[in-house]
Ligand binder design. Structure first.
Ligand code: ZN
Length: 252
């Protein structure tokens, strides 16, 4: 089966559309949460995401933007965007986001895979560096855990002979459509992050996602240029904090 994994769309319609347009043929879409928050197209991306499939886990912004959690842990800019999003969402979209399941989630027919937003041990935890990955990998209930939350494309691995590794895709540019292949090794456990579709923070402003071919045991990380100026204009027009628009150009 060929699967798309997307995460952290953050109400960026232009980023999302560019990723879907660049995506290879696939039979399934898995969504790792933070569909909304930060960006200015919460209804459009929620409706688009709902049409893509039924496999989701909720993100911290999905919770904050729908009242499942408060905005207390958020910085002022994120909090403001969450409150704006809550007002902007249609009742139907709000109910959908509110009902998103907590990870880890399993996918029928994919016994070796689980989905989480942050960590398999805590949905709101960030796995940023290799040290953060030790416990989640050691305790992971599946060979492959797809995670998001950090907006950093790549991941971590633990091989049966005790070798730990960090996976960071290498690209030639920061403005062209590019892919990076990773062949999965049998018996090795992986934590894999598709990166953020709507607000990359790994210094690469291109929208990010990954494709997983189960028959080939192959992961293809993608980076996709998109109309950043259009996404920024929507944020300015919505009178959301400027910072949310400006950071898109830097991928920070
Ligand atoms: Zn996020």
């Amino acid at each position: 089966m060929r699967i798309l994994i997307i995460s952290d769309i953050h109400a960026n319609l232009e980023g999302m559309e560019a990723c879907l347009a660049a995506a290879p043929a696939h039979e399934l879409v898995l969504n790792l949460g933070d569909i909304v928050g930060y960006g200015a197209s919460p209804n459009e991306v929620t409706e688009r995401a709902r049409k893509l499939g039924r496999h989701f886990v909720r993100g911290n912004h999905d919770k904050a933007c729908t009242g499942v959690s408060g905005v207390d842990g958020f910085n002022p800019v994120a909090g403001l965007a969450a409150l704006w999003t809550m007002k902007e969402l249609t009742p139907e979209n709000l109910e959908f986001l509110k009902a998103l399941p907590q990870g880890p989630a399993k996918v029928e027919g994919l016994e070796n895979v689980q989905l989480v937003h942050g960590s398999p041990l805590d949905e709101d935890e960030y796995i940023i560096v290799q040290r953060d990955a030790y416990e989640p990998l050691a305790k992971a209930a599946a060979a492959i855990t797809f995670f998001g939350h950090t907006h950093i494309q790549g991941g971590f691995s633990a091989s049966p002979d005790g070798q730990w590794g960090t996976i960071r895709p290498i690209y030639k540019s920061k403005d062209k459509l590019e892919t990076f292949e990773l062949q999965l090794a049998a018996g090795t456990k992986y934590l894999l992050n598709p990166g953020s579709t709507g607000q990359p923070r790994d210094g690469d402003p291109r929208a990010a996602f990954l494709a997983y071919d189960t028959e080939k045991s192959a992961i293809t990380f993608h980076r996709v240029p998109y109309d950043i100026k259009a996404a920024q204009k929507r944020i300015f027009d919505a009178k959301l904090p400027d910072r949310l628009a400006l950071r898109l150009a830097d991928g920070r």
